[in-house]
Design a protein around this ligand. Structure first.
Ligand SMILES: O=P(O)(O)OC[C@H]1O[C@](O)(COP(=O)(O)O)[C@@H](O)[C@@H]1O
Length: 354
C-alpha cells in the first residue's frame, strides 16, 4: 500500500434462500445476516487473488508493481461481490490513489451496504525483497462500522484476549504497560515480549521496554500481523504490540483482533493543520481522541488475510507446475471463529482469468 502513500501530506451467487435471510422494512437484506451467512468465505477469494497476483512479483524489487498487481486483482474480485460497498480504508485518498481509494464504491450494488477496508499488499517492501510476512488483507463490516481514517500515522497498543479491560493504555508509559501486563499474566516483566516496528522513532519506547527487563522483538514491516500475533502469544511469543504505524493497518488489525477478543487502543497522529482537516472531513472531530478496538471496528466484522511471502502468520503463495497453493485465515466477530483455508487452485488459466 505504501508505494502511493504520503503520510506526511495530505453476483456472487445468492446461496441462501430468501426466506432464511432477514429483510428490513425496505426489503433490503440486513448487512449483518448477509455477512454472517454468505460473504465470510467469499472474502477468501478476494485476498487469494490479490496475494497470487502480488506473489508473481515477489523479489523483483518493484514495490509499486507488486502493489498495483494486488490492487487490480482485489478490485476485480470485490466488484464481483453482491454488496454495495464503500472503501473506508484504502490505498489512499482519491487524489493519490487511482483505485480502491477511500470513498470508492465497490461490489455490484445488489447487496447490503458494507464498509470495506483493504490493504491489497501489506508489506510492499517485504514482497519486493521476498522477505517474510507480506499479506493481502481486507475487512468487511456493516456500513458505518469501521473507522474512516485518513492515511496518517497512528499510535497503537494491543494485547491478546483474557486480560481485564483497560489493562494497557497509550497514556501510560511503556514501563507501566509492561508491568501491568506482567502482573496480569502472573509472570515477571522479563518474561514479557513486546513487538515493535524497527524504526528510529521507536528508540525511546524500545529502551523503556528493555528497562523493565522485557524482550523486544523487532519487525521491519507488517504491523497488521504484528498486532494479530498478540492473540496467540502461546505460539508467537508476542504478548504486546506497541508503537506507531499506519492508521489503515491499525483499523485492519483491530478488526481481526476484535474477532478473537483482544484489546487495542489507538490515536491518530494529526500533527499538522492539513492532517487535521483531512481527518475532520472523514468525521474525526477530536484529533486527540483515543479509539478503543470497538470504536475502530464495530458490529459484525469479517477479516480475511492470505499470505504472499512466507511468514509466521501465513505461508506464502506456492507456484507448482499445475497447482497454485494459498493459505488464508478468516476471522469472524459474530462467533469468534478463525478459519484457516489452504487452497489448491488447479486450473491456471481459469485462475488468472475468471
Ligand atoms: O514504514 P513506516 O512509514 O514506518 O510505516 C509503518 C507501516 O508500514 C508497514 O510496515 C508496511 O506498509 P506498506 O505495506 O504500506 O509498505 C505497515 O505494516 C506499518 O503500519
Amino acid at each position: 500500500m505504501k508505494a502511493w502513500r504520503s503520510r506526511s501530506r495530505i453476483p456472487l451467487f445468492k446461496l441462501v434462500p430468501e426466506e432464511q435471510t432477514t429483510m428490513s422494512n425496505e426489503g433490503e437484506l440486513k448487512a449483518s445476516h448477509y455477512i454472517d451467512r454468505i460473504l465470510t468465505l467469499e472474502l477468501v477469494r478476494v485476498t487469494e487473488r490479490a496475494a497470487v497476483s502480488a506473489a508473481r512479483l515477489r523479489g523483483k524489487g518493484d514495490e509499486k508493481a507488486a502493489d498495483q498487481a494486488a490492487v487490480d486483482a482485489m478490485r476485480r474480485e470485490l466488484n464481483r461481490l453482491s454488496i454495495d460497498g464503500t472503501v473506508v480504508i484504502g490505498e489512499g485518498e482519491r487524489d493519490e490513489a487511482p483505485m480502491l481509494f477511500i470513498g470508492e464504491r465497490v461490489g455490484n450494488r445488489s447487496g447490503p451496504k458494507v464498509d470495506i477496508a483493504v490493504d491489497p499488499l501489506e508489506g510492499t517492501t517485504l514482497c519486493a525483497k521476498d522477505m517474510p510476512g507480506s499479506i493481502a488483507v481486507m475487512a468487511m463490516a456493516e456500513g458505518g462500522s469501521l473507522l474512516n481514517a485518513p492515511d496518517v500515522y497512528m499510535e497503537k497498543i494491543a494485547i491478546g484476549p483474557g486480560y481485564p479491560a483497560g489493562l494497557v493504555d497509550l497514556d501510560a508509559t511503556p514501563e507501566q504497560n509492561i508491568e501491568a501486563l506482567a502482573k496480569a499474566k502472573g509472570v515477571h516483566p522479563s518474561e514479557i515480549t513486546a513487538l515493535v516496528l524497527d524504526r528510529p522513532r521507536h528508540a525511546e519506547i524500545i529502551a523503556a521496554i528493555r528497562r523493565t527487563g522485557a524482550s523486544v522483538r523487532l519487525i521491519t514491516d507488517g504491523d497488521v500481523a504484528g498486532v494479530i500475533f498478540t492473540a496467540t502469544s502461546g505460539e508467537t511469543g508476542v504478548d504486546i504490540y506497541i508503537g506507531t504505524g499506519g492508521a489503515p493497518e491499525g483499523v485492519l488489525a483491530a478488526a481481526a483482533l476484535r474477532c478473537v477478543g483482544g484489546q487495542m487502543q489507538t490515536r491518530l497522529i494529526l500533527d499538522t493543520p492539513e492532517k487535521r482537516e483531512r481527518a475532520a472531513a472523514m468525521g474525526v472531530t477530536d484529533p486527540a481522541r483515543k479509539y478503543s478496538i470497538e470504536e475502530l471496528a464495530a458490529g459484525d466484522v469479517v477479516v480475511s488475510a492470505t499470505g504472499v511471502t512466507d511468514g509466521a502468520l501465513l505461508s506464502g503463495v506456492r507456484f507448482g507446475s499445475d497447482v497454485i497453493e494459498t493459505e488464508t485465515v478468516v476471522y469472524r466477530s459474530a462467533t469468534g471463529t478463525v478459519r484457516r483455508i489452504r487452497a489448491e487452485h488447479r486450473d491456471h488459466s481459469k485462475f488468472h482469468l475468471d
